[in-house]
Design a protein around this ligand. Structure first.
Ligand code: ZN
Length: 269
């Protein structure tokens, strides 16, 4: 059960979440590397699982830190559980590209983990980055932000193909107001094939679209008036609990990511 993994992170401090992540990886015989970094006086640790020996590589990522005051189940323990499942599946497959699964630290205070990762390892030989945020609430996939820099990227093209083949309902979403994930660090560094994947309830799609279009002031007003889509009400709140999440959602994302990696096996990039 992937939700059991989510529960192991819930309500824990970032320090405990890091410890928990390392314990789980060890218990599953998954080898990992620790990247310790310092950024503006903050010390952090990214956990990196590399698979495959090729030069060109794919990054699949999530972040293990949580927003203060939030149990951090959907944001972003849902991604951690999903990525652990993906690692276990990919370990059994032949990989044509290197796949780095990266569990970033310090996303919530300003993406320090992903910025430090790029600083140390660079962008050379990188094919694509898929970052996971909020993967446990809902039944359809949101690809975001689809913006000028990545709208024609194969990051988007390949996952769209996979979702169509699997008959999974998805929406492409523009820039959300005041929302971002570690994929932004890669686009900011000049790498356009970086995209964020989330799960959202299909029934809320119109409300989510309204929310996405709104400017920051309207969004804050709606937020306090309780008018924003439920997934964003849970986000960063004391209500971001595993009880709202579903096993099916996590499994769907895991399955999609494995298929995406296999599709990149066939692409000549
Ligand atoms: Zn997050």
């Amino acid at each position: 059960m992937l939700l059991e993994i989510v529960r192991k992170f819930e309500y824990k401090s970032d320090f405990e979440r890091l410890k928990t992540l390392k314990q789980i990886l060890k218990s599953k015989n998954i080898k990992f590397m620790e990247q310790n970094y310092k950024y503006f006086g903050f010390s952090g640790t990214n956990i990196i699982v590399d698979m495959g020996k090729a030069k060109k590589h794919i990054i699949l990522s999530g972040h293990f830190d949580a927003a203060p005051g939030s149990p951090g189940a959907n944001d972003d323990a849902s991604a951690i559980a999903t990525l652990i499942d993906v690692i276990q599946k990919l370990k059994k497959l032949r990989l044509k590209n290197k796949v780095s699964v990266v569990f970033f630290d310090d996303e919530e205070i300003g993406r320090f983990g992903s910025i430090s990762y790029i600083k140390e390892f660079g962008l050379k030989d990188l094919i694509v980055v898929y970052h996971l945020e909020l993967c446990g609430y809902g039944d359809s996939i949101g690809l975001w932000p689809v913006v000028e820099t990545n709208k024609d990227s194969y990051a988007l093209k390949v996952i769209e193909q996979v979702l169509k083949e699997k008959n999974i309902y998805f929406e492409k979403v523009g820039q959300l107001p005041a929302f971002y994930g570690d994929d932004l660090s890669f686009r900011e560094a000049g790498f356009s094939h970086a995209l964020c994947i989330s799960v959202a309830p299909k029934k809320d799609k119109e409300a989510i679209k309204r929310f996405v279009k709104g400017d920051l002031l309207n969004v804050m007003f709606d937020y306090y008036a309780g008018r924003i889509p439920r997934m964003f009400q849970l986000y960063h709140s004391p209500e971001d609990k595993s009880e709202h999440l579903s096993e099916e959602a996590l499994k769907m994302v895991s399955d999609v990511l494995v298929s995406v990696v296999l599709k990149f096996n066939k692409e000549n990039l």
